[in-house]
Ligand binder design. Structure first.
Ligand code: SIN
Length: 544
């Protein structure tokens, strides 16, 4: 931890802005806040570990023409908010300009012109990239900027387990953040501006391109405050993930298809052309479903991605990381197809925000994947996530900067501290009744069922059954706290599993409620409606 604040804090310490999460959305928001505001950034990971680091393909860029507007709406099934998409396209260029100014080394030709690539759903080459490591390159630059900035305090490996809002009817916002430091010590902070930037939910699935820790914490925290959420049934699967032997898998960027690679079924037949006019470059939801159809037909676990016809040196030079990773696992992608399958990748829904990134709770913002800006509609266009994070993160930062009156800082601080003191201390819950082993087994089973029930094609009957199982399981967490003698890691698992359950519950409910199949939401009636419990809840310990 670079700037440790341990030992100098009074409880609760006041900051002008608190940002929870340090992926691209959190970092860009922090760096875009003008004025000399005192900012605290908290991450349960470290600055070097986030989903943003894993982004390969690139960042969609409006600098190559106006196709991005129409491509975004078309990929999203036209349920996106056109006004917000217009904002994305119009403000994107300026925010990408900031990345370039800070030193992100996007690929250029010999004359120094920016080079673009293409991915699914794009009608043209629209995507800026740094070979196949765009996220890592962007995050390295942002981290460098962040660490130079002495008004930003960074707290790593710190878990935020509760939020309290002091929003009042007059519109004053803000609240209190309860966190657990890596040594187990509890710390409380307060601020008039709290920004949720905790990323996505991929970790609630058995198979995902996300880091395992993506358990939807921010969405669950927002939900605990009563913040409105939206489109929780719109969860995107990335079509091409190399699964390997489990644990050593990796994402294979759509840009590989953008540069000419082809999906083949078990018989070696290229199948996407007969499923969609854009073939292998159809929007992601269409390609993922196309693969599922092939897998169901063949009964196999993978299709394959074939780049063996492409120029060998080009692949090695343009996709060095994927080439290397595949080779290390015994696959030379310049010579033979690579087995791939779809995995959970990106949540289009989340905490509903307005045009400036504010949630329905005054003073609480949400940016990046945990937010639903309505830009992506039912299916996000490839490489629009980094763009959305910087455009709407930039907007939240602008609003926070403009509405924060430095001359009122003391008043605001006094009001919040009074609110903190007046508010009843949250009740310590009863000790959670399961053992750590039961909790971890349950988490594993829940991920498996989430994979099955909330997958690419959902069945109505299974959704209904899953929902009643979740309600039952949630009762076990209600009003409970992790026992004091649990380690920090075990306590974190308790909170993460609780969040995981809350999020799966929201997703299941949303999927049950939506009857029109659109984008990432695809539901069938199902053949077998016979009830059978699937997630084993250790009921013998159920509270009376
Ligand atoms: C990819 O490179 O295929 C992933 C990029 C994205 O999720 O938009």
């Amino acid at each position: 931890m670079e700037k440790s604040i341990k030992g100098i804090l009074h409880t609760p310490e006041h900051f002008d802005v608190i940002i929870i999460g340090t992926g691209i959305a959190g970092m860009f928001t922090a760096l875009s806040i003008q004025k000399k505001l005192k900012i605290l950034m908290i991450t349960k990971e470290t600055l070097k570990r986030s989903t943003s680091h894993l982004a390969q393909g690139g960042i969609a860029s409006p600098i190559f023409g106006d196709h991005l507007y129409e491509d975004t709406l078309r990929a999203g099934g036209y349920v996106n908010d056109p006004k917000r998409v217009r904002i994305l396209v119009e403000e994107g260029q300026r925010q990408i300009g900031k990345l370039i100014h800070w030193g992100v080394p996007f690929e250029r030709d010999q004359e120094g012109n920016l080079l673009a690539t293409r991915e699914g759903g794009h009608s043209e080459k629209n995507i800026l990239h740094c070979k196949d490591e765009t996220g890592k390159k962007i995050m390295t630059v942002l981290e460098k900027e962040l660490r130079k900035n002495d008004r930003i305090t960074i707290l790593e490996e710190t878990y935020v387990y509760r939020l309290k809002s002091f929003a009042d009817k007059k519109g004053s916002g803000g609240g209190k953040v309860f966190s657990m430091l890596c040594d187990g010590e509890s710390k409380e902070f307060c601020s008039p501006n709290i920004v949720l930037a905790t990323g996505g939910i991929g970790g609630i699935f058995e198979y995902t391109s996300n880091p395992e820790g993506n358990t939807g914490d921010g969405i669950a925290l927002g939900n605990s405050l009563g913040a409105a959420t939206k489109n929780m049934d719109f969860n995107q699967f990335h079509p091409t993930y190399f699964h390997g032997n489990g644990g050593d898998g990796f994402l294979v960027t759509e840009a590989l298809r953008g540069e000419g690679a082809v999906l083949r079924n078990v018989d070696g037949k290229a199948f996407m052309n007969e499923k969609h006019p854009m073939g292998d470059l159809a929007p992601r939801d269409v390609v993922a479903r196309g693969i599922v159809e092939e897998l169901q037909r063949s009964g196999k676990g993978d299709v394959s991605l074939d780049s063996s016809h492409m120029e060998k040196e080009f692949i090695k030079q343009r996709f060095p990381k994927i080439y290397r990773k595949a080779l290390q696992r015994g696959f030379d992608i310049t010579k033979a197809p690579l087995p791939v399958r779809p995995v959970s990748h990106y949540m289009m829904g989340g905490i509903a925000v307005d045009e400036i990134g504010e949630t329905s709770i005054p003073g609480v913002y949400a940016v990046g994947e945990c937010a639903c800006t309505d830009v992506h509609g039912a299916n996000r266009l490839a490489s629009n996530s980094l763009l959305e994070a910087i455009v709407f993160g930039g907007r939240a930062a602008k609003n926070i900067s403009e509405t924060f009156l430095e001359k009122n800082r003391n008043d605001s601080e006094q009001r919040l501290l009074l609110d903190c003191n007046r508010s009843a201390k949250p009740k310590e819950g009863n000790d959670f009744s399961w053992s750590v082993k039961e909790l971890k087994d349950f988490q594993k089973a829940l991920k498996k069922e989430t994979q099955k029930v909330l997958g690419i094609i959902k069945e109505d009957g299974l959704l209904r059954e899953f929902y009643s199982d979740q309600e039952l399981a949630l009762r076990m967490f209600d009003g409970a706290s992790p026992p004091k003698n649990w380690t920090v890691e075990e306590k974190r698992v308790f909170y993460e599993v609780n969040n995981q359950l809350i999020v799966t519950c929201m997703m299941t409910k949303a999927a049950l409620e939506r009857n029109q199949n659109i984008g990432a939401h695809y539901k069938v009636q199902g053949k077998d409606n016979s009830p059978k419990r699937r997630v084993a809840v250790p009921l013998q310990n159920e509270k009376k």
